[in-house]
Design a protein around this ligand. Structure first.
Ligand code: SAH
Length: 259
């Protein structure tokens, strides 16, 4: 995906109206964006710089910019519950994702976490038990990152609880109900020093996972949760937002050690 220069056909663009409503569109030659505020021709946007304003047929003003990964993940079609950007950022650091890292990811869901790891340069083998989610994940990843990235995103419809074929992996990253079932497979699939990370909504899952580590060669296990609080900043009213997302999931990570 191009990051700079004028807006081009076949790339996603974010439109923001005066009421800060956001719309994600894929620019197409001859395409039209319809809303109750009138029609905006895609051809008006193609060839123009980001950050400009455009007027619809009914006089509504929109700003057009390229979506960031956060904009995209919050607007893309979602089937399964996704991992949110506030957790994807820390996952990239805690799982120490680097360009070329060989990662086994399961399940894929809507591909939000895949998008984050691919963007950080990972080479992913993805196991997803549901073929509809595998498709959704592939469509979302391709739509935001473009076709070139698909060579680093090999997906299979299969149950990761039954085993992992790959060996000498750098990372195993999981978002599914029973990550402890994957611990023995990950022990064989990772190289020594490799990292296992699981995202789980419930603390019961966290303790079951730590119990499984006790029976394995995984050590240095840690669990964190990430709280993010937005602030309202307007004139003299400078205070935390009244509402926040109080809970998403726990991040548990461990490293494969010697016997
Ligand atoms: N991390 C994803 C969301 C994953 S939701 C995202 O950010 O978009 C959990 C996914 O795990 C679902 O798609 C579910 O079908 C899949 N899943 C559950 N059990 C599984 C298993 N045993 N093997 C593979 N995938 C599994």
């Amino acid at each position: 995906m191009r990051q700079t220069g004028v807006l081009q056909a076949d790339e996603p663009v974010l439109l923001i109206d005066r009421k800060r409503r956001r719309y994600l569109i894929d620019l197409k030659e001859g395409g039209e964006f319809h809303s109750h505020s009138g029609v905006l021709a895609h051809d008006d946007l193609i060839g123009r710089a980001e950050g400009e304003t455009f007027r619809s047929t009914r006089g509504m003003v929109f700003i057009a910019v390229r979506p960031t990964i956060t904009d995209f993940l919050l607007k893309m079609p979602r089937g399964a519950q996704v991992v949110y950007p506030k957790d994807i950022g820390p996952i990239l650091i805690l799982a120490d994702i680097f360009p070329g890292a060989r990662v086994l990811e399961s399940g894929l869901g809507s591909g939000a976490l895949s998008t984050g790891m691919l963007r950080a340069g990972a080479d992913i083998t993805g196991y997803e038990i549901r073929d509809d989610f595998e498709q959704t994940a592939r469509e979302n990843v391709g739509r935001f990152l473009g076709p070139d990235v698909m060579g680093r995103y090999r997906t299979e419809v299969r149950d990761v609880y039954e085993g992992i074929d790959a060996t000498e992996l750098d990372r195993v990253v999981l978002d599914l109900p029973e990550p402890w079932q994957v611990v023995p497979h990950a022990e064989r699939a990772l190289h020594r020093g490799g990292i296992f990370l699981a995202y789980t909504p419930s603390i019961i899952q966290v303790s079951q996972l730590h119990d499984a580590f006790e029976e394995s060669r995984f050590g240095m296990a840690e669990t964190v949760e990430v709280l993010q609080r937005g602030w309202h900043v307007q004139g003299l009213a400078v205070r935390p937002d009244h509402r926040m997302v109080a809970h998403t999931g726990f991040l548990t990570h461990a490293r494969l050690l010697a016997e």
